[in-house]
Write a protein that binds this ligand. Sequence first.
Ligand code: GCW
Length: 681
Amino acid sequence: AEDGYELWLRYQPVAAAKPERAKDYRVHATVLIASDRTPTQVATLTELQRGLEGLLGSAPALADAATVDGALIVGTPSSSPLIERLRLKTAGLGREGYLIRSVVVDGHAATVIAANEDIGALYGAFHYLRLLQTQQPVGALDIREAPRTQLRMLDHWDNLDRHVERGYAGQSIWDWHKLPDYIDPRYTDYARANASIGINATVLNNVNASAQQLTPMVIAKAAALAGVFRPYGIRVFLSARFSAPVEIGGLKTADPLDPQVRQWWKAKVDEIYAAIPDFGGFLVKANSEGQPGPQDYGRTHADGANLLADAVKPHGGTVIWRAFVYSHETPDDRAKQAYSEFVPLDGKFRDNVMVQVKNGAIDFQPREPFHPLFGAMPKTPLMMEFQITKEYLGFATHLAYLGPLFEETLRADTKVQADGTTVAEVVDGSLHGYKLTGMAGVANIGSDRNWSGSHFDQANWYAFGRLAWNPESSSRDIAEEWARMTFSNDAGVVQPVVSMMMGSREAVVDYMTPLGLHHLMGRGHHYGPGPWVEGGPRADWTAVYYHRATQDGIGFDRTTRGSDAVSQYAKPVAAQFNDPQRTPEEFLLWFHHLPWDYTTTSGRPLWDELVVHYTQGVDYVRGMRTTWAGLAGRIDPERHAQVAAFLAIQEKEAQWWRDASIAYFQTFSQRPLPAGYAPPA
Ligand code: GCW
């Protein structure tokens, strides 16, 4: 049965729909020449055999030499004498890049997948399989790929009791109880899926970290996972609780400048590296939402990060310090806090520290303007943090493809230097010459059979990986690739599925938080509408939540006349956001408090425009239902039925969001619904 377990690595027979294509693929993969002397080489060979067997009915035989046409040769100059002889230009590909080329070897046509290191060859093998999975021609290949960022990382918010914070796909896939003695085969499938999209790092545990994670017993469990992931090029990181020296170390303080504390971390790190020699380092959430941190001792984020950085430095480790800081008590605009705390520290971090910044300044909303820290810390490598799990976009039931959200942020123009200095150029290091680069995604993975809680949420994991590899790729191309591998290459499926996906996130924005509104979700769970804030407003959520609706109008004034958050952006961007006429309409109420009759670009008054957006969002979901219903018979019944059921839930809830939001805001606007939008009598 099709339960989604295989993700995008389904390797369905090509011949069923395209016999000619399948024949051509066989012509180009008559024999397989690859070695199996290292674990990564074994993984590569096994994957190619598995993939080709599925796609072509049987895997090509193994061979040592290209004595026939159509050999598929895989490896590195040191693993393969054939590849060494070809003298391919692998310079500049780094450790992880690869070439896939159609060549002639000893008078025979062949295809070569070549890299400098084993891991590059594995990535190349997955690329080659993807060509077949998406039914591309393979007769004249000249592909050269290398990742644009160094760390392409999943952040799991998984607790030791297997609860996943903001996880909607069941329990944690890490079965801590049975580790390290029982190694669930699923860990290997996890590694395969990640390697197939270039993910090379994983933080196993929640940033709201338990100090227990750093005890010897649990380190041994993490080491077992690291052993499974290593052949697939994935390094393990751990979230560290800043107060661990007190909680599990028996010290009186966790003050980063205390010599005993420094000694404790050094010893702890040595212990971890003894168990996990290629341990990546620590991710830390400190002095945020009640977590302990250096500020508890009057020290700075830099003091805290440097403490850990010094401990991991001799082992080549990295510290990733999160910039998502805010305190519940601060009465000022929360959107400003990260910038205010971190920009003064630029240049004060050790060279093995990265600062991880959420895409926007509030919190993974359906839409946010890019975080003003991007471009503002030229001396500190900033790592992007996206949220793959849909905490604020309808959990696993609502269909929302996040590729366009990621792409929109990465392509945003910071204007810190010339026009066209994008967030992607900050993140890939090209703008400021960062020595360390990376992108993290908060994982949406759990123990559900389909991994992500819904079939379409697999696309968000996939898109994250592809964009981390190349932050300039197109989310539409990625959607198409994914749809072909996941559902079908039939144009009658690909086209409608891609078009559903491409507008789906905008639909969520429309029915939840249109025109720059944000954080209107029910408090705590963040699922349904809650603009009225049960339990009363919190200090950091200022006045009546973020929307600040009154009889006079709606929106959060972040201009120079308001909270002045706009001034955290580069001057030209600040000037733009400071002026409602020049602010892109999708961010209008993020930056401005405007009267209900403010004229929007459509010519409609603001109130009417809001209602139109809310309604549009619901209509889009209805449209997706119709499109999906039309695909019955072209997609296996099991997956078709689940998606259909989820879309029905989504429609009901989009309507709920619309009606509740409009009814609530109407108590302020005191205006009738525009003609054609009134509820049926
Ligand atoms: O989005 C908020 C979530 C918290 C999360 C926090 C963070 C891990 O509601 O659950 O805590 O962000 O990113 O630290």
